[in-house]
Design a protein around this ligand. Structure first.
Ligand SMILES: [Zn+2]
Ligand SMILES: [Zn+2]
Length: 270
């Protein structure tokens, strides 16, 4: 159906699945393809990844890498006299078709901004992934990611990237999300298990301040406390990390109200 081609790599706007992905019967057919067509407001089409590869230039110039049209909706600021005023965050509304269907007005700007930041700061990539897991309450994934960080791949080609240590990652503040730490993220997402995990690993809160069930699980899994094992060397105590608005985890609990205020009343933050 789609005959347009990607303005970056000139291929058709499909994504070819490798034969062993999701195919229980690999010899049965030609490689499967799924749509991958991102149309910009100017009418130029790109593969998702091809556009992301140009994220640094697009976020810097806000123009199409192919035809140089100005991309944010609303067009360029109409009155030149106000050009020194703070600009609102732009949005770039695209029409994206992939295997999940059609998203008729997907704002691609936040994704481009994130990609551009991560290309310039590759060591933040695992930290961003860790925050996503915290928001989803994927505690097993969080532990695996920390364990992987503690034994960096010797054959990694990212030689100039200094990876974060597990202790640094626990207290890392996300510049793309109001300088929140993973604990801020887990609290705001209401992910209780992730909250307890982060406090166990990243704080000096006393063992007796944790619920018995949490202690049992943490000991059962052999999870270290701050300063032990893979967390040797310590790091900032996650309880006292403040976000852009100056909020510690305790402040977030008080903002959220019950049941989170129980953590404050239980003396965890003192
Ligand atoms: Zn392409
Ligand atoms: Zn264009």
């Amino acid at each position: 159906m789609a005959t347009a081609r990607c303005e970056s790599c000139a291929d058709f706007l499909v994504f070819t699945l490798s034969p062993d992905d999701d195919d229980p019967n690999p010899s049965s057919s030609a490689p499967a393809t799924i749509p991958d067509d991102l149309a910009l407001p100017c009418g130029c089409h790109f593969h998702w990844q091809c556009l992301l590869d140009k994220s640094a230039s697009i976020t810097a110039t806000l123009t199409c890498p192919n035809c140089a049209s100005y991309l944010p909706s609303g067009g360029p600021s109409s009155s030149s006299s106000s050009s020194t005023a703070a600009q609102p965050t732009p949005s770039i509304l695209t029409h994206y078709t992939n295997e999940g269907g059609v998203q008729p007005s997907l704002d691609i700007y936040p994704t481009l901004l994130e990609e551009s930041f991560l290309s310039a700061n590759p060591s933040a990539r695992p930290a961003r992934a860790f925050h996503t897991l915290a928001a989803e309450g994927e505690v097993q994934g969080m532990v695996e990611l920390l364990t992987d960080l503690s034994s960096p791949d010797s054959d990694s080609d990212d030689d100039d990237v200094t990876p974060l240590t597990p202790a640094q990652l626990l207290a890392w503040r996300d510049p793309l999300n109001g300088l929140r730490s993973a604990l801020h993220v887990a609290l705001e997402a209401g992910q209780e298990e992730a909250v307890w995990l982060l406090l166990w690993l990243g704080s000096a809160a006393k063992g007796e301040d944790f619920p018995g069930a949490v202690v049992e699980v943490a000991r059962g899994l052999g999870l270290p406390r701050r300063g032990e094992g893979i967390l040797a060397g310590g790091g900032e105590d996650v309880r006292f990390v403040r976000d852009e608005r100056g909020r510690s985890a305790e402040d977030v609990c008080l903002e959220l109200g019950a049941p989170w205020t129980r953590l404050v009343e239980g003396g965890l933050f003192t």
